[in-house]
Design a protein around this ligand. Structure first.
Ligand SMILES: Cc1ncc(COP(=O)(O)O)c(C=O)c1O
Length: 380
C-alpha cells in the first residue's frame, strides 16, 4: 500500500514522537511531570457539563446536525460576539459552527488552497497551519518569522501573494498578544490584498491575565475569518467544539467543505456551547471560568519565575496570555532530552517550525505543586 504523496509532505509530528519517548520512560517506572502538551487539567464549568446532559434529551439530539450549525446556536454565538467584542454578525451568513478550532482552520484551508499555492504560516507557530493548511493541500509553506525583537509579530509584507494567511494572537507558543496597531495593520492587509484570506486563530482569546482583554480582528475588517474554540476557554478540549465567524463568502466555502468531510458537531454539544456562552456577562467570563483562568495565571507566574532561575535557560519571555511560557536555551533538543531524563517534559521550540530552534515551550496545565517539583528536578 502506498499512501498519498501529500502525507509524506507532512513534517513528523514532533509531539507524537515526544509522547512515544515519554511512554518509554514511564514504562521504566519513572514518573514524568508533563509541561509539554497543553491540555487543560482543570474541570469544565459545571454549567457546561449540566448543559451537555440536559441537551442529550432534546428530541433531535441523536440526529445528524447541519454543516453550518444549529440556527439557535448561531444566534447565541452572534449575541456572545456582540457583547464580547461589540461586533454585530448575521447568524445566517457570518457564523459557522466547527469541530474545534482545528476543524475550522483545516477545513477553511481546504476550501481555499490549491496545490502549488503558498500558505502564510507564522513560525514558530501551531503546527496545523503548515500541516493541514499547507502540506495536506499540496501547497507551499511561506514562513512568517515571529521574533522577540519585533514582539513576536510578523512582517505582513512577507505574506504578500499567499492564498491564506494564518495569524494567532494570543499566541501559541510564545504567549504574545498583539497590540491594537497590529489588528489595524492586518485589517489594512486584508482589505488591500483580496487574493489572501486572513484566518485569525483566536483559540486563546479568553485566556488572558492581569485584566487584559484582546479584541477581535472583526472589529477592524470584515475581510477575515476568525476562529474561536471552547477548548481552552472552558477546559473542554475533548468536546471538539468551536465556531468560525466573519466573511460570509469565505464561510460559504467552509460549509461546502464541511458538507463533504463532517456532518457538523453533535447537536447537544453545540447547544451546550450556546448555553455556556450565555453565562458571560458582557465581556466578563462566568465566575467558574474566572477561577480556573486565575489558577492558570498563578501557575504561569510560578513557572516563569522558576524557569528564570534554572541553569541553561537564557531568557524567559513573560507574557499576559495563554498556557505557555516561551524561553530561550542554547540547544532546545539537548535541553528537552536532559529535562526528560530528570523527569520533566518540555516541548522543543523547533516543533513549532525551525525558527523555534533554541527555545522551549512549557505549559501550565499541571498543578502548582507539580510545577514546583518540576523546577526543583531540573534545578539539580
Ligand atoms: C493556536 C491553536 N489554535 C487552535 C488550536 C485547536 O484547538 P481545538 O481544535 O481544540 O479548538 C490549538 C490547540 O492547541 C492551538 O494551540
Amino acid at each position: 500500500m502506498k499512501v498519498a504523496n501529500r502525507l509524506n509532505m507532512l513534517p513528523p509530528y514532533l509531539f507524537s514522537e515526544l509522547e512515544a519517548k515519554a511512554a518509554g520512560i514511564r514504562a521504566q517506572g519513572i514518573d514524568l511531570i508533563d509541561l509539554g502538551i497543553a491540555d487543560p487539567d482543570l474541570k469544565p464549568p459545571q454549567f457546561l457539563l449540566d448543559a451537555v446532559i440536559s441537551h442529550l434529551d432534546d428530541p433531535d439530539a441523536h440526529q445528524y446536525p447541519t454543516s453550518r450549525g444549529d440556527p439557535g446556536v448561531r444566534r447565541a454565538i452572534a449575541r456572545w460576539f456582540n457583547s464580547r467584542f461589540g461586533v454585530s454578525l448575521d447568524p445566517e451568513r457570518e457564523i459557522v459552527v466547527v469541530l474545534g478550532g482545528k476543524g475550522g482552520l483545516s477545513n477553511l484551508a481546504r476550501a481555499f488552497v490549491d496545490p502549488g499555492d503558498e500558505v502564510g504560516v507564522p513560525e514558530p507557530g501551531y503546527p496545523v497551519y503548515g500541516g493541514a493548511g499547507a502540506a495536506l493541500n499540496e501547497a507551499y509553506l511561506r514562513p512568517l518569522i515571529l521574533d522577540s525583537n519585533s514582539g513576536f509579530l510578523p512582517n505582513l509584507k512577507d505574506a504578500i501573494g499567499t492564498k491564506i494567511l494564518f495569524l494567532n494572537y494570543p499566541n501559541n507558543p510564545t504567549g504574545a498578544i498583539a497590540p491594537e496597531s497590529f489588528y489595524e495593520e492586518t485589517a489594512y492587509f486584508a482589505e488591500s490584498h483580496p487574493e489572501t484570506l486572513v484566518a485569525w486563530d483566536a483559540a486563546y482569546s479568553e485566556l488572558t491575565f492581569d485584566g487584559i482583554k484582546t479584541p477581535s480582528i472583526l472589529q477592524f475588517t470584515q475581510k477575515a475569518v476568525e476562529i474561536h474554540s471552547l477548548s481552552k476557554m472552558m477546559n473542554c478540549t475533548g468536546f471538539r467544539i468551536g465556531f468560525a465567524a466573519g466573511n460570509a463568502a469565505a464561510l460559504d466555502a467552509l460549509v461546502r467543505v464541511k458538507t463533504q468531510v463532517d456532518s457538523g458537531a453533535p447537536v447537544f454539544i453545540q447547544r451546550a456551547m450556546a448555553n455556556a456562552l450565555g453565562h458571560y456577562e458582557g465581556k466578563i467570563p462566568p465566575p467558574e471560568c474566572r477561577i480556573s483562568h486565575s489558577e492558570y495565571g498563578k501557575r504561569k507566574d510560578l513557572l516563569e519565575k522558576g524557569l528564570q532561575q534554572v541553569k541553561g535557560i537564557e531568557r524567559v519571555y513573560s507574557s499576559p496570555a495563554t498556557f505557555f511560557v516561551w524561553a530561550a536555551v542554547e540547544d532546545d533538543l539537548a535541553f528537552v532530552e536532559k529535562a526528560m531524563n530528570k523527569g520533566v517534559i518540555f516541548t522543543p521550540g523547533r516543533g513549532f517550525g525551525l525558527p523555534g530552534m533554541g527555545f522551549i515551550r512549557a505549559s501550565v496545565t499541571t498543578p502548582m505543586d507539580k510545577i514546583e517539583e518540576a523546577i526543583s528536578r531540573i534545578s539539580d
